[in-house]
Design a protein around this ligand. Sequence first.
Ligand code: DON
Length: 307
Amino acid sequence: MADLEEVLPALAAEMAERSDRGEVATYIPQLGKIDPKRFGIAVALTDGRVVTAGDADEAFSIQSISKIFTLTLALGKVGDALWRRVGREPSGNPFNSIVQLERELGIPRNPFINAGAIVVTDVLLADHQPREAIGEILRFIQFLTDDDTIIIDRDVAASERATGFRNFALANYMRSFGNLTHEPEMALGVYFHHCAIAMSARQLALAGRFLSHGGLNPATGHSVVSAERARRILALMLTCGHYDGSGDFAFRVGIPGKSGVGGGILGIVPGVASMAVWSPGLNENGNSKLGSIALEKLAKIMNWSIF
Ligand code: DON
């Protein structure tokens, strides 16, 4: 196996040279301020080693990557009953699309598109106050990383709230079908805050370890979810984690992954590693451009494709 301690710095240096970095998301104004030259990568191996390169300790907005953690919590709360309200199929549409909701009676295609993640957040709200639900999500991520310094970037949450017209439309539309039990304002209050969690690539790679190790945290041996549930979350990441770019990511990289418009991607090599990459410029599907390219190269060098 190639030596990661050599591979990662070389990859970060190669990415630093590239000028085709994609476009930083501007529909959330606060994200538009991020320097597109940033690049960080971190790999947490199931044997306990963590290897990083570039800006791996700089926090960025995890955005939709948070949907892995909210899905995990919601499955813990209601189990398979979740699938009565959210589907498990790729949407083939952009992450913020509304078109399928009318034909499919307010049931979003999967838990990673915005509509599906808003339903998952509605499940987590249950009979809690939004503040408590936000706290539960943040504490879960702090527990997974064993790091209580992880915070929510309130400026990003406020910035998204101020321009979140599409998400309000999705939430209201699903409410009209009876698939949102709380006021859109409440569900979205929680949603905007979990999307605004700020983490470094290192912290994100650590948070994903349970998915790379059959549901167990390899550092503590503690069970986070069952092996079966970990497998199912990975299946959803592979088929739906990059929206209408999921097929392309599976084709090029060949591992389950979840992207966010902050430019992060969490990728899982089952049994081997949890890895996170961050490059803020996005491709045409709203996924990190250089992040996907870096993971494609890394998976090739390390022979990490699951296929
Ligand atoms: O709701 C939104 O639009 C954002 N908070 C999250 C979208 C996202 O990260 C899509 N990922 N590539």
